[in-house]
Design a protein around this ligand. Structure first.
Ligand SMILES: [Fe+2]
Length: 237
């Protein structure tokens, strides 16, 4: 499986707090059957408090530790990019990173409200030949209140990334039911853990989420959420 949203790098944001915790998250993910994790630290935490170079150093260190401990997992680098009006410029400047250097970029909309810059900025990202992958749309108020807005973005070529814990009710029954609705409407294309810690509501597991998705869409489509689709995104297919 491929997990394309994970706060697994230590000390950059509100995810892993130490390299030891990062390694433990890698161990849990690998035991669940995850082969590749995309580290997606929050971009502003990286650029305002650290640097992209520091994130790359931590990535190399984590991969070395994972190999040393014979954990079968590869960690790649991306970012969870808060959507601000300046995001297209930040991407162009290399301060906001796409997913593993691909043509896809993980974008997090504001949790509350629907500022006017959202659609124009997403369209500017598309104009730069990048595909916005919308992080956990099931937890974003703008989509909860107006699922057709998400449908409009998807029909315009964007993708939706749901979180495994959402489907399992870890964020409440409303989010759980809305995640199911996104799956049945074809507005969820990949599933990730959005892991922040080795245990808790956003642990590094995908397996239970795939099982829950299999009860809503068929098993093959559920598996595509963590395999064919994220694999194609990572490797630019
Ligand atoms: Fe996240």
């Amino acid at each position: 499986m491929f997990d394309l949203h994970a706060h697994i790098l230590p000390g950059l944001d509100d995810g892993a707090t130490s390299m030891a915790e990062s390694v433990e998250m890698a161990r849990v993910a690998a035991a669940q059957g995850t082969k590749v994790i995309l580290a997606t630290p929050h971009r502003k935490d990286v650029t305002e408090l650290h640097s992209v170079a520091h994130a790359r150093t931590l990535l190399d260190e984590l991969n070395a530790r994972v190999r040393a401990e014979s954990i079968e997992l590869e960690v790649l680098l991306g970012m969870e990019n808060h959507l601000d009006a300046d995001l297209p410029e930040e991407i162009a400047a290399g301060r906001a990173l796409p997913m593993n250097g691909s043509g896809h970029v993980l974008v997090e909309l504001p949790f509350f409200g629907t500022p006017a810059f959202i659609a124009p900025t997403l369209h500017r990202i598309q104009a730069a030949r990048l595909v916005p992958v919308l992080a956990h749309p099931e937890r974003i108020e703008a989509f909860q209140q107006d699922p057709d807005l998400l449908a409009e973005f998807v029909s315009g070529g964007m993708l939706g990334q749901i979180t495994a814990g959402s489907l399992l009710g870890r964020f409440g029954s409303c989010v759980r039911d809305f995640t199911g609705e996104l799956l049945t409407r074809g507005l969820a294309h990949l599933m990730a853990s959005d892991t922040h810690a080795p245990a808790g509501p956003r642990w590094p597991g995908l397996r239970e989420g795939v099982e829950a998705a299999s009860a809503i869409v068929d098993a093959e489509k559920a598996h595509d959420l963590v395999d064919a689709v994220p694999r194609a995104i990572l490797y630019g297919k």
